[in-house]
Design a protein around this ligand. Structure first.
Ligand code: COA
Length: 377
């Protein structure tokens, strides 16, 4: 029998949840009973937010009411704007998001309330505010004027408009909206777990979302999409992919955007994003990034098939976002703009049925030592 100790909480069930189901072997992802493919093709991100928070898709009046609440929350407290203007322009956007959510917690009069109604309102506010912060940060660091969001339009439309300063075309909005849906939840991924661990101490929702943002930032989690883009930029051209991949294989390096703790088949989100990336490339007459990505997959996937390693959500989102004109260092922040819905849905569950997370470790350190004065060590 192997004496390898389980690590990374693999296969350990730490909560019951009715939000999200993953069948890693079949490559299936389900939100509240709806297949991700169905939702990405037909629903809006706002509908999916309602679904994740409340358990059912909204009827027309519920959807109108949510859209109204989101639009009403699309503004910045003045202090936050002043804070953003004081930050160094090369600050990592994920650090900016985490700092901003911490500041929003300071400024929110309801921050410390754990009441379900106030948590619900805070989740709506954060969902409206994260895209504003991300896009405002991009404009501030580039010296562009800030724009006013359009309350009649969706979060996806506003994100692209506030970022680029021009009205986005319909296909870009549709695709971006679908990308937000695809990233909105993913069971007990590292950042969601981190949010739930923070909430389980009965710390507040803003603090739990800060924990989640800081966890998402890492390249083994949400930061992988930015790393994929860096790899594509390093490769530079379709012709160079084969040579570059030989180098990676020789150094036995991981390819970002590949592999997943739960999926042992192609991530269903990668399948959808692959199609989107291809179509966006064709429409923009810039298929280079998609073609390079596909070539990396063709070359790399067979070499790791025996380990059950396939492209994950971050693999094709990089080329899709890039063709939409989004800078690579905002990719993970976009992930956060979407995942905030899943984090907060999980937080509602956590607060409703809370118990402190406090696992144990196996002690393998020294024993029986005696203190000596500093001069004798
Ligand atoms: N490229 C090459 N090999 C990989 C790999 C990748 N992207 N991901 C995992 N592997 C290999 C490991 O080297 C290891 O091989 P070994 O058993 O020969 O040592 C094996 O697969 C298991 O990997 P491990 O890192 O232990 O699996 P995990 O379940 O802890 O990791 C990830 C899951 C996501 C952290 C991992 O696949 C990874 O680092 N992927 C790249 C980052 C990424 O895309 N993250 C986004 C996830 S949505």
């Amino acid at each position: 029998m192997s004496d390898k100790k389980p690590s990374g909480l693999e296969d350990v069930v730490v909560a019951q949840s009715s939000i999200c189901f993953i069948d890693g072997k079949r490559g299936q992802l389900v939100y509240r009973g709806y297949d991700i493919d169905d939702l990405a093709r037909n629903a809006s991100f706002e509908e999916v937010a309602f679904l994740l928070w409340n358990g059912d898709l909204p009827n027309e009046s519920q959807l109108n009411s949510l859209q109204h609440d989101l639009s009403a929350a699309m503004h910045f407290p003045r202090h936050l704007l002043e804070l953003l203007r004081e930050l160094p322009f090369d600050a990592n956007p994920m650090r900016v998001l985490a700092t901003s959510v911490a500041a929003l917690g300071i400024l929110d009069p309801d921050a410390d309330s754990l009441a379900p109604e106030s948590n619900h309102l805070k989740a709506i506010r954060l969902t409206a505010q994260l895209p504003l912060i991300t896009t405002a940060w991009h404009r501030i660091r580039n010296g562009y004027e800030l724009l006013e969001p359009n309350p009649q339009k969706s979060l996806a439309w506003n994100f692209l408009y506030l970022l680029n300063g021009s009205e986005p075309d319909e296909y870009a909005v549709e695709t971006f909206d679908a990308a937000l849906i695809l990233h909105a939840d993913h069971e007990l991924n590292a950042s969601t777990f981190s949010a739930r661990v923070t909430a389980a101490t009965l710390s507040d929702l803003h603090s739990a979302v800060c924990s989640a943002i800081n966890t998402l930032k890492g390249p083994l989690h949400g930061g992988a999409n930015e790393a994929v883009m860096k790899m594509l930029q390093d490769i530079g051209s379709l012709e160079n992919v084969d040579h570059y991949m030989e180098g990676l294989r020789a150094g036995k390096q991981k390819v970002m955007g590949f592999g997943h703790r739960v999926y042992k088949a192609k991530d269903p989100r990668a399948v959808i994003l692959e199609g989107m990336s291809e179509e966006l490339g064709k429409r923009a007459n810039d298929t280079k990034w998609f073609e390079m990505t596909r070539r990396v997959e063709e070359l790399f996937q067979p070499t790791v098939a025996d380990k059950g390693i396939y492209p994950n959500v971050d693999f094709y989102s990089a080329s899709a976002y890039h063709v939409m004109g989004i800078p690579g260092d905002l990719f993970t922040a976009i992930f956060a703009c979407s995942r905030v819905v899943g984090w907060t849905a999980h937080l509602f569950e956590q607060y409703a049925n809370n118990r402190l997370f406090r696992p144990s470790s196996e002690y393998v350190g020294e024993t029986g030592r005696k203190w000596k004065p500093v001069g004798q060590r």
